[in-house]
Ligand binder design. Structure first.
Ligand SMILES: NCCCN[C@H]1CC[C@H](N)CC1
Length: 292
């Protein structure tokens, strides 16, 4: 019994397909925003698929959730107020909760059905909602940010799906402008920024929008996620304004890193060396991103 998660006809990665062996379909449904599928795979645990695109698997979700969270939160001395755009599965909430300095965690997820499904099939991700600092807002992040108080957040993490479908407007300039307005002067944005192998044009477009919108440091980082197309995913880290945040070395490695846990806060992927390494780019990427 095998089933392909088809990418062939997806304009984000034409001509590619990635197959995962399916043991059992656990949930299949349609929300007002997207098709939702959860299946038990033979080798990657449970898998969440939205509109035919793998969002996360039990086996490799740690790479994405830990990096998208700790790259920004460890780049600033003491993050207090954090916003997650998307992230309905709860994984990023679980990671933010490891930072004792954080006082409030807002999350704005558009699709309640994704939240309900993750509660049933991804308990080790959904655990993120149990933290008392979490405040869930179900709705469109564009509206949420337009109404957010100016200068409220130390960090904003955009943990969205790909910019085709509900997340399309999350890569347009007006959205980045509302993010900049909602950030504190020393605040940082970490945005999903696709694959260096597949999407350098999209990354260049996002980079130029960010260079117009954020006055501080702007860096592209990347990590390995085997079940994402091309096996890597990128992040765009932007500082609202100077003094330039030094994204390259973690200032706040969540207390002392002891072995692979951080003061009892278990990490499966992130550590301060891989934080630095994430910003080191292959030559072709450096050329293509600096050219713009
Ligand atoms: N919180 C789950 C991760 C969602 N991030 C995206 C999933 C789909 C990928 N093509 C890009 C990252």
């Amino acid at each position: 019994k095998t089933s392909k998660v088809q990418y062939f006809n997806n304009p984000m990665w034409p001509g590619e397909a990635h197959s995962l062996k399916v043991e059992k379909i656990l949930f299949q449904g349609k929300s007002p925003y997207q098709e939702i599928l959860v299946f038990e795979s033979s080798t990657y645990g449970n898998v969440l698929v939205l509109d035919g695109i793998v969002q996360l698997t039990d086996k490799d979700e740690c790479a994405y959730q830990e990096m998208v969270t700790h790259l920004p939160l460890c780049s600033i001395p003491s993050p207090k107020n954090v916003l997650v755009v998307g992230g309905g599965d709860g994984g990023v909430l679980r990671e933010i909760a490891k930072h004792d300095s954080v006082q409030t965690i807002d999350i704005c997820e558009i699709d309640q059905l994704v939240i309900n499904v993750c509660k049933d099939y991804f308990p080790h991700l959904y655990v993120g909602y149990e933290d008392p600092r979490v405040q869930l807002h179900v709705g469109d992040a564009v509206d949420f940010l337009r109404n957010a108080p100016e200068g409220k957040y130390d960090a904003i993490i955009v943990d969205s799906s790909d910019p085709i479908g509900p997340a399309q407007e999350l890569v347009e300039k007006p959205f980045f402008q509302t993010i900049a307005r909602a950030l504190k002067p020393g605040g940082v944005l970490c945005n999903l920024a696709e694959s260096m192998w597949l999407h350098t044009h999209l990354i260049q477009d996002m980079l130029s929008i960010c260079r117009e919108t954020f006055k501080g440091a702007i860096h592209y980082a990347w990590t390995s996620v085997p079940t994402y197309p091309s096996g890597v995913i990128g992040f765009l880290l932007c500082a609202k304004e100077g003094p330039p945040v030094n994204f390259l070395t973690p200032v706040n490695p969540i207390e002392k890193l002891v072995g692979d846990t951080i003061a009892g806060k278990e990490m499966r992927f992130y550590n301060s060396e891989i934080h630095r390494a994430a910003f080191i780019l292959p030559t072709f990427v450096r050329k293509e991103l600096e050219a713009h």
